[in-house]
Structures are given as structure tokens and as C-alpha cells.
Design a protein around this ligand. Structure first.
Ligand code: C5P
Length: 634
């Protein structure tokens, strides 16, 4: 498409209008919002996509709809995913006719989480043409390239340096370049100056075109080999300035002579650096190494959530007749946890300030087809031991019993995508159960008094009620007394989580407490907890919350009993403190240890530091290794 003569070359508010306001919309920094207002650049992106009439085009982050308009003009069927609640109604209004005609499918959600497969052709060609939020470039590329039927062509407007890195000649590669170029050819068709956007960003951009490699040129490895390949490539890039002869033995659990022999056998000069290797060389090296010893679980791999809207209450409901509901089940950390004493029913009274995480499991609930009489659960993502006793089943059972025959809950099918480490003190199972309660009521259009719903939640488990309200809460009693607290003001604090793969059983930790194991300053946790809860009734800035971080690190009465029954916890805690320079907190009964940071960026940087220390063998890991995750409080 070329620009139509006479059409204004730019769209958007005149410069000098209220700062950051574009067409009446206040651009959100945390979503990297910067709108393309240069219609010539827009048309160049559409032309680079060369979508055929009727072909499916995925657009991520339509924003104000400038690119969407160009895409619709080609006659393509556009699926556009928008995260921003404020922009959705504008898009719905602007493209009402195209939506009604079925040419545009508008989806509200996060492109990193939305279930893409039902929205895209299962076979045959389709395209991605998008001006994406730059901070999600890397995870989005991972997601798009790993789809079972990936796009024929992906056209992305991205940060110029990122585009150049992805399209670079071997010699100037990054880990991301290798990952992307294993699957696609990359070309930059043009650069786009920062002035083409409103608000003007700090960087220039480029239109990157990625074309799927032919079957014989593309990487063809088993899933397991591929997992190993990327671990090897990541190891190579961990210290990118170092030569392979030094970088690889420091990052791999393989003795140096074996690494040297493998480099020799694969005909790779050990004096090269990782950026000089193409995909073929990496594959050759992996084969020469004969794989990487140590199960993948031993190698800590940092997971990272991306900044954005808090996912806790984002629910997506099927269009028309409501027949499915999708929702997030966030994890939590206990900022404080005072154990007050054992009750006559064997449980302990608690006083705990709990904060939800952006890291979340994901649930999809559907009605089962007629004739089915039982609930079913499918699990994806992180493996979870035996699904029969999963709290989602318990939740549906308890909900059905509470609703009674007057408002029967039909059999449901649930898909659980597990992302939260299991038995880690992050409340994953409890949060899944709370999400199942909310999702089932919504799916079946049933209502329940909040108090009764709390009671149902408490019957499922002590940690379930805390996930019913949104945001931080004070948890008292055995967990059934929940008081919502005020969220800290912006910016959102980052969190680094270090979860040992070997879980800890909560009853064992409480039993050790009941057996008399107490920390040196037992009683201090209650004071800190009451103080924090009081402060959070009126609100606290993120900076003030972070100032309390060191005090909060000792405000968990389950730390001493957890250490007593888990010999590796204390050495791990000390080693982490040495590397990160600050004391960590234990979440719940553990084993996850966490630290708050001013932002997700800082938490990620600390995670990278930790990974490097592990790679250098400076940290003795517990049996089974650890998972390092950088995320945010939600
Ligand atoms: O309620 P839930 O099944 O999640 O609790 C697991 C176990 O943790 C209980 O059986 C009990 O041993 C212990 N617990 C406790 N006091 C609490 C919560 C849990 O003693 N407030």
C-alpha cells in the first residue's frame, strides 16, 4: 500500500497537547505505549506483510488502530490482541463494522498468555504483522516461533538495535539471534525514526521481516535435544566477552578437558566467542559433547514475567453464549507470617500480610458435553504430581455441595496451565482452587454471597480464602479471616523468587513449630506483621515498603521450623544472602526465598547475577536444584 494522496502524513494529537496524551488517550509507560502516527511507515509495514485477501493476520497491540486500519484495507482477516482496558472500547467503536462482518476479531488479553491456537489456522499459512510493545519482543518471539503451526511470515516493528541484532551476520549474534534464526530468515526492510511515534520514544525502530525457513533448512531436533541446545547456547552467552574455551567450562557442569575435546571434534576454534557461532555449529558442538550432563531441573533457568497489567482479575469469557471462562490464578508471598499458637482443632492462629504475584497459573473452564457426569482436569506447563487430589477437584466438589440441588453446578472441564512452582510456599494449588470457584460461578452465571464463598474456600484449604479478594490482604485465624489491604503506590515492586525443586510439606513445618521449634526472636514477627498491616490500611509507597525489606526478612515464624526439618535451607539462604547482599524472606512454610526490588528490571538483573554465580559453582544448590524467577507484586 502506498499513502493515499492528500491524506495527512501523521495522525495523533498535535505536539504540545497534554504530555503523553494521544487522540485523547493517556499513553501508559508500563505498557511501552508509543503510537505509530506516521502513515507512510504504517503503509510500509502493511506492504512488507503482503497478506493475501482472506488470509489470517495476527496483530499484537493494535493500540489506537492505525495499523489495524491498514491491515483491514488489504482484505485480510485480522485477529488483534489488546491488553489495555481503556483502548478496547475505542477499537470496538472504530471497527464496529469490520467486527460485525467477521473481518476483525478483537481479543482482550496479554499476547504472552492468550491461548493463540484457537484463534489461528491449525494448518496452512498465516501472518503476524504488528507494532509490538518493545519490552515483550523476546518472550513474544519465543512464543510465536514455538507454535505448532508457526506463521509463514512475521513482520514486526521493533527497536532498531534488536532488529539489527536478529538480522545480524554470524559474528555478531546473541542468544536471541540463534533462537530466532534456527527457524526463520531475517531481513530489515526499513528503519523508522523515533519521531514517527507519539509519545516520541528514546529509540529508533526498524521493520523486521522473518520468513519461515523451508523444512530442510529448519532446525529438526527432538524436543529434549532442543532443550539441551538452548541451554548450551545460553551457557555460551553467559559471559559473552569470554572465549568459548573459558566461557563454556565456567557455565556448564562439564569438565574443561571434555569441553575442549568437544570443541576440537566439532571443528570449532576454542578462541572464538559465542557470537561467532551459527546454529549449525551449536548443534555440532552439542552432538560432540554428547549432551549436557545433569537433568534440566538442576540447571536454574530464570523465568521472568513481563511488566504490565496485574493479571489477578483478568477474565476472558467466550463470545456469544458463554461457554468458557479463562482466568489467572496468581501466586503469593507472605511479607510477614506470625504464628500465634496452636488451637484446639490442631491448626495454628496466624497473623500474616500476603501479597499476590504477577506470576500466575492459568485456568480455562468449560461446560462438559451432555452425557458426561464428572468434572475433568487437564494439566499443562510444569509437571504436577497426580491430578486426582488436585484442589481444583476439591473446589468444584465443595462448591457443588454448597450450591445444593436448587442451583446445580454442571460437570466442568478445566485446563490448568501450571506456571507456579509446586509445593513452594507460593500458594499455587490454593490459588488454582480459588480461581476454580470464581470461574465456575461465572461460567454458570451463578451467584453466591461473599461470606458463604469465603466459607467454601476455607473448607478447601487454609490458604484459599486469601485469594478471593484482589490485592494484598491480612490473613488471620487459621486463614479464614481475610481483610483486604491497600496496595502500595506505583511503581510496582519487582520480586526475585528462588524456589528449591524439592518442596516442603506445610504440615511437617507446622508440626515442627508445634514441637517447640522457635526462632531466636520469636514474637518479633507479630510486631512487624501488625505494624505492616496497620501501614497498609492507609497505604505505603513502594520505596517505603522496600525500606522495610530487611526487617520483614526475619518476620516469619515458620523459618526456624522449616530450617530444622530441611537441612539444605539454611546454607542456601546464607549463600543467596552472600551473593545478593541482602537477607531474603521465606514465603509461607517455604522453600521459596524471595527479595523485593524497586522494579521487575532490578529483580531480573539480580536473577542474572545469581545465575552467573551458580554457573561459576559459587553456590551449593539443594538436591534437585532451584528455579529462579523474576516477577512483580501484582
Ligand atoms: O488447611 P490446609 O490443608 O492447607 O493446611 C495444611 C496443614 O497445615 C494443616 O493440616 C496443618 O497441619 C497446617 N496448618 C496449621 N495452621 C494453619 C494452616 C495450616 O497448622 N493456620
Amino acid at each position: 500500500m502506498s499513502p493515499t494522496p492528500g491524506r495527512p502524513a501523521r495522525r495523533g494529537a498535535p505536539r504540545g497537547a497534554a504530555k503523553g496524551v494521544v487522540e485523547g488517550h493517556l499513553a501508559k509507560r508500563r505498557l511501552s505505549q508509543s503510537f505509530l502516527v506516521d502513515l507512510e511507515a504504517r503503509d510500509a509495514i502493511v506492504a512488507a506483510g503482503s497478506a493475501a485477501h482472506g488470509e489470517t493476520v495476527l496483530e499484537i497491540g493494535p493500540g489506537l488502530g492505525t495499523l489495524t486500519e491498514g491491515l483491514l484495507a488489504t482484505g485480510a482477516h485480522v485477529v488483534a490482541i489488546e491488553l489495555d482496558d481503556d483502548l478496547l472500547p475505542r477499537l470496538q467503536e472504530r471497527f464496529a463494522a469490520e467486527i460485525a462482518a467477521g473481518q476483525l476479531t478483537l481479543v482482550h488479553g496479554d499476547a504472552l498468555n492468550v491461548d493463540l491456537e484457537p484463534l489461528l489456522p491449525a494448518s496452512g499459512g498465516w501472518r503476524v504483522i504488528a507494532n509490538i510493545p518493545y519490552h515483550i519482543t523476546s518472550p513474544l518471539l519465543h512464543r510465536l516461533l514455538l507454535l505448532p503451526n508457526p506463521a509463514q511470515r512475521i513482520v514486526l516493528l521493533v527497536q532498531r538495535e534488536v532488529a539489527e541484532r536478529i538480522a545480524a551476520e554470524v559474528g555478531d549474534w546473541s542468544y536471541l539471534t540463534a533462537f530466532v534464526r534456527a527457524r526463520v530468515e531475517a531481513t530489515i526492510v526499513r528503519t523508522v525514526r523515533r519521531e514517527s511515534f507519539d509519545p516520541i520514544p528514546a529509540v529508533d525502530s526498524a521493520v523486521l521481516v522473518l520468513d519461515r525457513l523451508s523444512a530442510d533448512a529448519a532446525l529438526s531436533l527432538s524436543e529434549e535435544d532442543e532443550e539441551q541446545l538452548w541451554r548450551l547456547v545460553q551457557a555460551g552467552f553467559r559471559e559473552r566477552r569470554k572465549k568459548l574455551r573459558n566461557a563454556l567450562p565456567r557455565a556448564l557442569p562439564t569438565p574443561v578437558d571434555q569441553v575442549m575435546a568437544a570443541l576440537d571434534r566439532s571443528d570449532i576454534d576454542p578462541d572464538l566467542r559465542a557470537q561467532a557461532l551459527g546454529v549449525e555449529e551449536w548443534v555440532r558442538l552439542l552432538r560432540a559433547l554428547g549432551g549436557i550432563p545433569g537433568a534440566p531441573t538442576r540447571a536454574p533457568r530464570m523465568m521472568r514475567t513481563e511488566p504490565g497489567e496485574a493479571p489477578t482479575r483478568r477474565t476472558r469469557v467466550g463470545a456469544g453464549r458463554v461457554n468458557w471462562v479463562e482466568l489467572d490464578a496468581p501466586g503469593k508471598v507472605n511479607l510477614t507470617l506470625a504464628v500465634l499458637g496452636q488451637r484446639s482443632d490442631g491448626y495454628h492462629n496466624l497473623h500474616s500480610v500476603v501479597a499476590p504475584l504477577r506470576l500466575a497459573d492459568h485456568l480455562t473452564l468449560r461446560l462438559r458435553s451432555a452425557g458426561e457426569s464428572e468434572d475433568e482436569l487437564h494439566c499443562a506447563g510444569l509437571p504436577i504430581p497426580g491430578t486426582a487430589e488436585n484442589l481444583i477437584y476439591v473446589a468444584l466438589r465443595e462448591l457443588r455441595a454448597a450450591l445444593g440441588p436448587g442451583a446445580p453446578l454442571p460437570p466442568l472441564s478445566v485446563v490448568l496451565e501450571k506456571r507456579l512452582p509446586v509445593a513452594a510456599g507460593l500458594g499455587g494449588g490454593s490459588s488454582d482452587a480459588a480461581a476454580a470457584l470464581r470461574g465456575a460461578l461465572q461460567l454458570c452465571n451463578l451467584k453466591m454471597e461473599p461470606r458463604q464463598l469465603m466459607e467454601v474456600a476455607a473448607r478447601i484449604g487454609s490458604d484459599v480464602p486469601l485469594f478471593l479478594p484482589e490485592g494484598p490482604v491480612l490473613m488471620e485465624g487459621r486463614g479464614e479471616e481475610i481483610t483486604p489491604l491497600t496496595r502500595w503506590s506505583e511503581p510496582t515492586p519487582g520480586v526475585l523468587l528462588v524456589s528449591a525443586s524439592e518442596g516442603i510439606k506445610t504440615p511437617d513445618v507446622f508440626a515442627a513449630f508445634a514441637g517447640g521449634i522457635r526462632g531466636e526472636s520469636y514474637g518479633a514477627a507479630l510486631v512487624s506483621s501488625q505494624h505492616l498491616a496497620q501501614e497498609l490500611t492507609t497505604g505505603l509507597s513502594t520505596a517505603e515498603l522496600l525500606l522495610r525489606s530487611s526487617t520483614l526478612a526475619s518476620a516469619n515464624d515458620l523459618l526456624a521450623p522449616a530450617r530444622a526439618i530441611t537441612p539444605w535451607l539454611r546454607p542456601l539462604d546464607h549463600a543467596l544472602r552472600r551473593v545478593l547482599g541482602q537477607p531474603l524472606s521465606l514465603s509461607g512454610s517455604g522453600p521459596t526465598l524471595f527479595l523485593l526490588y524497586p522494579s521487575l528490571y532490578d529483580a531480573s538483573a539480580a536473577g542474572a547475577l545469581l545465575e552467573a554465580a551458580v554457573a561459576r559453582g559459587e553456590l551449593e544448590l539443594p538436591p534437585g536444584g532451584v528455579t529462579i524467577t523474576a516477577t512483580e507484586l501484582a
